[in-house]
Write a protein that binds this ligand. Structure first.
Ligand SMILES: [Zn+2]
Length: 246
């Protein structure tokens, strides 16, 4: 089974691009992806719940909803996150350091909640390894999935190595392959820490060149490593199923 662990209903790009459940499932069908984790960002937590819930209700067998955690001056967002996880069946929390600080006084209540309810946090930390390390150590049972092996489209081998080191020394840290351009680092990570802490994601949909070709390229990146079947199955689906307790 192939599971895409990182798909946007709404992106954080300049245009705040949105994609419907139909487009996402159409793309999955064309590429051969069975299930996708979906979430919206660049919006409020409440709106992210509405968007993911609507998508999930359209394709409950294909889409897994995550709630987006973003602080609000208007209301206690953690209550909304808790409701999404406990009552609405959301399976994870998306955190993005591009829209707000992930300093402890902001993000720790969210990670604590995720730890308590045993759902993963998918974190785009924009390269801030010390913040992720601190979270992983303060909440050792919180499952922390670091998007993009630490930093989107990073060509900084040393930085990526630091994130691989972090996953090697912290049982609760996982790395997602979306937006990783140093493909050989994925192989190195498998050699160093095994395949259990690496999950496949596309970070799609993207129109360049089109949603299908974009997702295909991300999947082909993993296939091109010519891993043994066990490692490939772990990365393409089994690991995220285990993380999500599905
Ligand atoms: Zn993303």
């Amino acid at each position: 089974m192939i599971i895409d662990s990182h798909v946007h209903l709404k992106h954080g790009d300049a245009n705040r691009t949105e994609y419907s459940a139909e487009t996402i499932v159409y793309t999955m069908d064309a590429v051969g992806i069975d299930v996708s984790v979906v979430f919206a960002m660049s919006t409020s937590t409440r709106r992210s719940i509405e968007m993911a819930l609507e998508a999930y209700r359209r394709s409950p067998d294909r889409l897994i909803p995550y709630v987006y955690a973003i602080p609000s001056f208007e209301r206690p967002v953690n209550e909304e996150i808790k409701e999404a996880v406990v009552r609405l069946g959301f399976k994870g929390v998306k955190i993005h350091a591009g829209e707000y600080t992930i300093a402890e006084y902001v993000v720790d209540p969210v990670v604590e909640l995720a730890e308590k309810f045993e759902v993963p946090c998918l974190i785009d930390c924009v390269g801030r390894i010390s913040d992720v390390k601190r979270m992983a150590e303060k909440f050792p049972k919180a499952k922390i999935v670091v998007a993009h092996f630490g930093k989107y489209l990073s060509a900084d081998e040393k930085l990526i190595d630091q994130f691989i080191n972090l996953a090697s020394t912290h049982e609760n840290v996982y790395l997602d392959t979306s937006g990783v351009v140093l493909t050989h680092k994925i192989r190195e990570a498998i050699q160093r820490i095994g395949s259990n802490h690496i999950v496949f994601g596309t970070d799609g949909p993207h129109e360049e060149p089109d949603t299908v070709s974009f997702a295909k390229k991300e999947l082909e990146k993993i296939k091109s490593l010519k891993l043994n079947p066990t490692d490939e199955e772990n990365i393409l689906g089994k690991n995220i199923l285990r993380i999500l307790k599905i």
